[in-house]
Every structure is written in C-alpha cells, then in structure tokens.
Design a protein around this ligand. Structure first.
Ligand code: TXA
Ligand code: MG
Length: 320
C-alpha cells in the first residue's frame, strides 16, 4: 500500500510523532524530497544509511529550522553567518566544524568533525522541523546512486517500503539539490553546485570561492566524501552534448529548436535554466524506458543554474 499522504497539518503532526519514535519520514523540500530521521537518534540515522544503501563514509545533511538552531550544532564563522543570513531558508548547505558536545548523532558526520547544515524553505519541511522539535538528518530520498526524487511518487517507487510515510507537497520548485559549500578552511570551497550559484555567494562574501575538483572514486578526501562521479544514474546509458538522435535513442532536449526524435522531452523550450532544473530529474526518469537504447541529452549552457544541471548530467553519464 502506498505511504503517500497529503502534507496537511494532521499528517505533518503524525509524521512529527513518527520521527520522535525514531521512524523515517519522507518530506518535500524546495530542492528535492528528503529521507528524514531524527538526527540525534543513532538508530534512526543508521536506518537512513540502511534504507538508501548509502556507503557509511558519506555523511548526511542535517536540516534545522533556523540560523540559531544551526548554531547549536555547528561553529558558524562570520562567513557562514553572512551566507546563512542571505540564503536561508533556501537551497544552501554549509559544511562547518561540529560543536564538540552537540547532541547530533556522530553518524550524521560519518566520523568526521564537521557537519553539513541547511535551513529548508519549504513550508512542509519547516512545519515538520518545528513540530518534531528535532534536527532532521535528510539525504535525498532515493536509493544511493540513483536519480533524486522531485515528487512523492518518485520516493514511493524507490523507498516506499522503508518509510513510515511520504508527505506529498507536490513537485519540488527548484528540482536540483542544494549547493554544498565548505567553510572549514580560510577559503570557502564549493563541494556541490546547486540551487545557489557560486557567483551569488562570491558577491555576498566579497571574495572568490574555490571549486573542489570532481572526483571519480572513493578517495574523495576529507572535503568531498559524497562526490562520487557516478550518481543520479538512470538504467539506460546517457549521452551528453547530443546534436542528433540515434535510432532507438530518446532525446532530452533543451531550447527552441531540438532535432527530430520519436521520443522526446524538452527541459525548457524557451531555454530557461530554472525551468530546466525543475524538470531535470523527472524527465530523466520518464525517458529511462525499457524500449529506448539510451538517452541523448542536448547541451545546456554552463552558467548559473546550468552549472548544477551539467554536474548532475555528467554524473548520470559517468561510467559505472
Ligand atoms: O537539497 C538537498 O541538499 C537535499 C534535500 C533533501 O535537503 N539533500 C541532499 O542530501 O541532497 P544528500 O545526502 O543526498 O547530499 C548531501 C551531500 C553529499 O554529497 C555529502 O557528501 C555532503 O552533502 N556532505 C554532508 N555532510 C558533509 C560533511 N560533513 N563534509 C562534506 N560533505 C558533506
Ligand atoms: Mg543525494
């Protein structure tokens, strides 16, 4: 039986109680759906890794309701506070030193002395944080390595049997995950491009931001344990920068003049990157059909949100 329920007050209250009992609940955020568990409960956090099949060296984001809640768990430098004031609530995750005696499970940090914190903007996520009175560990609600969910039914397909309930808040408005930036060193370092661009952050900080090199194996080092190259993977192979479509291929188009294809979806016919980001994961899933041999993807400009889109597409196309 499906665990999808509407994200109304009654169900959010039920979900909050389930979280307090150590159960897992999937909730919508403005980026993608999260797989939530009480971040102070070792058993709940362990259950998240287990449900996703996530390698234990890949730490989880902790969602909190406010900047002051974040400061209970992480040491926020002046740069961290500046970014938080500007972009929270919103699609930005700050990696900061963990407060030594904070009550977060050590598992959320995968053994490191840092923690990734985010205040989501989605009203359902906010209400859940408030009613559960817990910080919530929340990776994207997909089996590890697969495409992130942007609707409740995506969650149901991948992890339906692993959660107490799935709060349905409709499709996610941004559609790609949050930007992850590390403030552990003097120079802020981008670990994952996402909903907030490097340019936006650099402008607010008044300084340049380093970009962590992309990694293809688990020797990702301290900063990017989650930066595995193959990720967001559909079953069918993905071919990037396609100018034409081979027989049997489906086309993921971008812009007004796509080449002819029997099976085609357009990320944005007007070439709008926001629209493209919001459509990206749902369209990749839809084109991942047994009757196609592969998914050809037209080039998407590598600027603004296009950086995050290209990051996810590169990973979807990476050898596995
Ligand atoms: O938009 C999002 O960020 C979504 C929604 C649900 O909030 N969550 C999400 O979580 O994408 P997840 O677990 O799929 O991705 C978290 C990323 C991973 O790449 C992980 O390696 C990185 O953040 N991360 C978490 N804690 C970290 C830490 N202490 N140091 C470095 N990277 C960290
Ligand atoms: Mg993820």
């Amino acid at each position: 039986m499906s665990k999808i329920v509407p994200a109304d007050l009654k169900h959010i209250t039920e979900a909050a109680k389930a979280l307090q009992r150590g159960e897992l609940v999937s909730f919508p955020t403005e980026t993608v759906y999260g797989l939530g568990g009480d971040a102070t409960n070792d058993r709940a956090v362990a259950a998240i890794y287990e449900a996703k099949g996530r390698p234990s060296f890949n730490p989880l984001i902790v969602h909190v309701g406010s900047l002051s809640a974040a400061a209970e768990y992480g040491d926020l430098s002046p740069a961290a506070v500046t970014l938080a004031r500007k972009f929270w609530p919103g699609p930005l995750t700050l990696v900061v030193p963990r407060r030594p005696k904070c009550r977060l499970s050590l598992l959320v940090s995968a053994g490191m002395d840092s923690v990734a914190l985010r205040v989501p903007a989605h009203p359902t996520a906010q209400a859940l944080l408030m009613l559960s009175e817990r910080p919530l560990a929340g990776p994207s609600a997909n089996p590890s390595g697969r495409i992130s969910p942007t609707t409740a039914s995506h969650v149901d397909e991948g992890l339906g049997d692993k959660v107490a309930m799935i709060l349905d808040g409709g499709p996610c408005s941004i559609g790609v995950e949050s930007t992850v930036i590390s403030l552990l060193d003097e120079t802020p370092t981008l670990l994952r491009p996402g909903g907030i661009t490097v340019e936006e952050m650099a402008a607010v900080l008044g300084r340049t931001i380093e970009v962590a090199p992309q990694v293809g194996d688990i020797e990702a080092g301290l900063h990017g344990p989650g930066r595995l190259l193959s990720h967001y993977a559909p079953d069918r192979p993905v071919r990037l920068n396609a100018a034409s479509v081979a027989p049997g291929e489906a086309l993921l188009a971008f812009g007004p003049n796509p080449p002819q294809a029997k099976i085609m979806l357009n990320l944005s016919a007007t070439g709008d990157l926001k629209e493209a980001a919001a459509n990206l994961f749902a369209m990749l899933r839809e084109l991942d059909r047994p009757d196609v041999t592969g998914i050809a993807v037209m080039p998407v400009p590598a600027e603004g949100l296009g950086i995050a889109i290209n990051d996810r597409l590169t990973r979807a196309a990476a050898p596995r």
